[in-house]
Design a protein. Structure first.
Length: 278
């Protein structure tokens, strides 16, 4: 910033802004979909007839039905581009390495928002927390820990397996610090504990990520409830032949991926909001 300053040494590389510690894709099972525009799957829905029951010899047994439904989700693009100086790319040491690190992080943040909050209106994914996924029952307590326990119970009463809770870091730490309103003692000894270095509530792992909005929580069967399907993996590409780049010595840099997010039913995940004073 000063023309009179003499710089004799510059630290190699470029210091990035911080990366998100946990991206939502890390909680989901992945997979591929081949050369298709949609990911198709068949799921069981509520059948017909009566339940299987007892039967006397020589009497008609109960007839029941199983109903299967074919469903599909589109593979959608997440993408963006920037235009930069060709000199900057060539002259600044570590610029290419910086872009190969920084741009995927920005893409993953956009992906986090789509996985959690996508509207389902193309080209958006249908996010796990969007309309159509199971709504949390009204909590009888203002305790963060007790609210999560009630939600785990709600999910398991649907015969789903609660395999993880997603919180904002501020709520994750509040969960550790929750005390009674009068005595000041921790009110849930043994309920909120660390197991093998992971915070758990009633044995269910609790994950923290800034992808989650503060005071929102998501309890789900992350193993069975949804998949992140990759049609085309994320890639960073450089183009000189774009717009007026050749005439102005600029480079267009593009980051993109193509993914699908099937959520297999509306009761694999329970989404709710804590009271702000919990």
């Amino acid at each position: 910033t000063s023309a009179g300053a003499s710089v004799t040494y510059v630290k190699p590389g470029i210091i990035e802004l911080p990366k998100r510690k946990l991206h939502v894709r890390e909680l989901l099972q992945g997979g591929g979909m081949g050369a298709n525009s949609t990911f198709d799957y068949v799921k069981e829905i509520t059948g017909s007839g009566v339940a299987i029951g007892t039967a006397r010899e020589a009497t008609l047994k109960n007839q029941f039905g199983l109903a299967l439904q074919e469903s599909s989700v589109y593979a959608e693009w997440l993408a963006g581009f920037m235009v930069m100086s060709y000199n900057l790319l060539n002259d600044v040491e570590g610029m290419t390495t910086f872009l190969q690190s920084r741009l995927p992080e920005k893409l993953l943040r956009a992906e986090d928002d789509q996985i959690l909050n996508g509207s389902g209106v193309r080209p958006n994914l249908l996010g796990i927390q969007s309309a159509g996924n199971y709504t949390a029952a009204a909590a009888a307590s203002v305790s963060i820990g007790e609210t999560i326990v009630q939600t785990i119970s709600q999910l398991e009463n649907l015969d789903r397996d609660a395999s993880g809770v997603l919180l904002n870091p501020a709520d994750w730490y509040n969960l550790l610090l929750y005390k009674g309103s009068t005595g000041g003692a921790y009110t849930q000894p043994g309920l909120v504990i660390f197991q093998n270095g992971t915070l758990t509530v009633a044995g269910v792992p609790v994950f923290k990520s800034t992808a989650q909005t503060r005071y929102d929580y998501l309890v789900g069967d992350w193993n069975m409830g949804a998949n992140l399907i990759t049609r085309e993996p994320a890639r960073v590409e450089f183009f000189r032949e774009d717009s007026t780049n050749v005439r102005t010595n600029q480079i267009t840099v593009r980051i993109e991926e193509r993914i699908a997010l099937p959520v297999y039913a509306n009761d694999y995940f329970v989404y709710g909001t804590f009271d702000a004073v919990s």
